[in-house]
Write a protein that binds this ligand. Sequence first.
Ligand SMILES: Nc1nc2c(c(=O)[nH]1)N[C@H]1C(S)=C(S)[C@@H](COP(=O)(O)OP(=O)(O)OC[C@H]3O[C@@H](n4cnc5c(=O)[nH]c(N)nc54)[C@H](O)[C@@H]3O)O[C@H]1N2
Ligand SMILES: Nc1nc2c(c(=O)[nH]1)N[C@H]1C(S)=C(S)[C@@H](COP(=O)(O)OP(=O)(O)OC[C@H]3O[C@@H](n4cnc5c(=O)[nH]c(N)nc54)[C@H](O)[C@@H]3O)O[C@H]1N2
Ligand SMILES: [Mo]
Length: 781
Amino acid sequence: MATADADTKIKVVQTASHWGAYNVTVDDSGNLGGWQRLSYDAHPSELCAGLPELVRSPLRIEMPAVRESFLRDREKSHANRGRDRFVEVSWDHALSLIQDEISRIRSAHGNESVYGGSYGWASAGRLHHSPSVLKRFLGLGGGYVDKLGNHSFGAALHIAPYVIGRGDIPHLAMPWPLIVQNTELMVLFGGAAPKNTQIDSGGTVLHDTFDWFARAGKAKIEVVNVSPSREDVHSSLHGTWLPLRPNTDVALMLGLAHTLATETLHDVKFLERYCVGYPQFEDYLLGRTDGQPKSAEWAADITEIPAATIVALARKMASSRTLIAMSWSVQRAQHGEQPVWMTVTLAAMLGQIGLPGGGFSFGIGAISGVGMPLQLNLPRPTLPLGPNPVKNHIPVGRVADVLLRPGETLEYNGTLLRFPDIRLVYSVGGNPFHHNTNLNRFLRAWQKPEVVIVHEPWWNPAAKFADIVLPATTTFERNDIQAAEMSRFYVAMRQVVPPVGQSRNDFDIFAELSDRLGFGQAYTEGRAEMGWLRHMYDSARATARTLGYAPPEFDEFWERGIYEFPAPVEHEPLFGPYRDDPEKNHLKTPSGKIEIFSSRIASFRYADCPPHPAWLEPAEWLGARDRKFPLHLLSNQPSGRLHSQLDPAKLSRESKIAGREPLKMSRDDAAARGLKSGDTVRVYNDRGAFISAVSVVDTLRSGVVQIATGAWYDPEEPGHPFSLEKHGNPNVVTDDKGTSRLAQSSMAQTVLVEVERCTAPPPMTAFDCPALSAADDRKQH
Ligand SMILES: Nc1nc2c(c(=O)[nH]1)N[C@H]1C(S)=C(S)[C@@H](COP(=O)(O)OP(=O)(O)OC[C@H]3O[C@@H](n4cnc5c(=O)[nH]c(N)nc54)[C@H](O)[C@@H]3O)O[C@H]1N2
Ligand SMILES: Nc1nc2c(c(=O)[nH]1)N[C@H]1C(S)=C(S)[C@@H](COP(=O)(O)OP(=O)(O)OC[C@H]3O[C@@H](n4cnc5c(=O)[nH]c(N)nc54)[C@H](O)[C@@H]3O)O[C@H]1N2
Ligand SMILES: [Mo]
């Protein structure tokens, strides 16, 4: 709460974010106070403290800035990207530069030389969603190369349509009410980390997953946490921990499947009626095709889970109402398509798909909305993206390949993509030095295009590695509506304070650029902020009314601040309708059934994605015979921030050790290296090295180290590939190959490293602004 003298008035303003809807207090001089929870939310996230702290942080970008040598000699300055000073310029100067660069590059190299597939979570809000306004702007201006897929569940997104005819991964979950009523045994591959349910893409109002975990505990559901980390389940759940080697989940599932098949515990009738291709898979499972039965003993060798445990678990799964759940992290690894396919296959063998609380479920615990009682496809206020005449797309994890190897081809999902020659990158609402892997290689790629333009609120790595940086507002500085895909609320996000410094809304920046480029009217359609919010709301409301809901008129909604769609009372098991009538409710696969063998995938002839689920050895894992580095590094989602967002806020800073992102390590591994908690270390492999500080834990299996993602990238020599990273950003050591030719998705969880003591670490400088100087014209607003 803001301290205030007697005359100061304190206002309470409602806002919303990816981590929840909440109120903030602000006095009449605009000083921000604390935050307060909304009555709807029984478990508000502590992350809410972050934005009130950072809205006026010294890290805010006050005005437009241009990289110094870009201003002097654009053509020769690419390689300086990331190592220059910045020159603060006027808005007019910065916008003229952008206008000229876009026009020049489009006329010299065509629209296919503009990359607008900007990846990133940006902020909540349906109008000021920066990647969407960017796409609207670039599309109306002639087109741009877009991205395909996502970092979150990209492998699942690609394989699931072949197997079950659906790619709506966040919706492929068993509703929680059916779990607590029916499930007896829940086998969680990759756990269900409670910390991750603070978040939802686009935001959440409720954080009810915590209650559902508690109810599952009360219902005495037996939980098996299959994960290298014991921390991956909520403390109220009862059960056992199977600390397998990372990336070996498929081998464990095959061992379970083998036990079911050889003890005839599998549901032959289900497999015949609802699936195709089990016989081909069984030939592989029993070793008829390759001479290697995938027995529990075979799986034990690979996973280091004892064979007797695997056999006992398989028997228990066959005799219980069993839910096989897989977290998204498990597929963020090389051959990440396979665990998704094998999860469905194992559930099909148990014959419980479509039963209440049985079968399979993806992403429990990944984000707040998964498994919540929710109507599918509620209408949402939306800013139309508009057309994109360019049809060339890039799989999201392959951006470095494209920038480094224009003109080359890439096998992808049964097609051959040709890499465009990207000359201009426009990036808003994402942090490429967070989401991309193998950052040293990525940096070389990022230094290739002629121009990189970024809008950012803060001087973070995304801004520091751009040529032209425009200061963007945060959600506190504008009006918007939250209406997220996995939530049943519309929330008014009211402006809390005026824009900080000279920052502007992304929407308004593109409105002015569109105007300068001659299509201002097409971009704005004559509407400003509140006009768009009203228009977007009215369209969604009209659809909602045809579906029988009664959201009020816009003015009343804006006044009240929230509209809640009723929670459904009836819950349908995932694939329940298919089980009830597989002919009428056939799946959208070629056969209309669950495909355990896919003829389509067979036709691609991909060795890294065979036509039925299979164990494929990852390039780097603890069981590799010739492994060069001894420890498997997992880089999970952070509990005290959202990716790299809010990293400079108190909660995240307090989680660091001596300013470095901590590296969890088992007692054995620490002792073997003479390390104890608090020691500063260098974590490295052939791709790079970062500084971290050790936190010795009893919750990790040995051979595995773990660091949260999101520490702001902080190279010792900015702009130099292979520079030491000083803050603890794991992506300097992760690899940037695709999961397989099918999805070409990212595989951040497949990486081996070594850890050694670091006695004189260089100081951490991630939260310093770059050197700034002022151009003569900068005072013009
Ligand atoms: N090693 C490893 N790497 C990973 C992962 C992993 O598990 N391991 N996970 C991956 C996954 S699943 C994801 S989703 C990605 C996430 O990667 P990103 O989505 O790129 O991460 P964020 O930090 O959320 O980046 C959002 C950026 O948008 C900025 N921003 C916020 N609001 C606004 C706005 O209104 N306007 C503008 N212009 N900018 C704004 C923020 O300041 C921030 O820089 O990371 C991936 N990277
Ligand atoms: N607080 C917070 N919550 C978030 C986010 C955030 O940044 N902060 N990000 C959000 C986003 S964008 C996403 S996509 C989701 C991601 O949700 P997840 O992918 O589920 O989350 P992670 O934390 O990456 O991974 C969960 C656990 O998987 C385990 N694991 C890793 N590799 C393996 C493996 O090979 N096998 C097995 N069995 N287990 C493994 C690790 O122990 C890890 O703790 O989280 C969302 N929630
Ligand atoms: Mo994600």
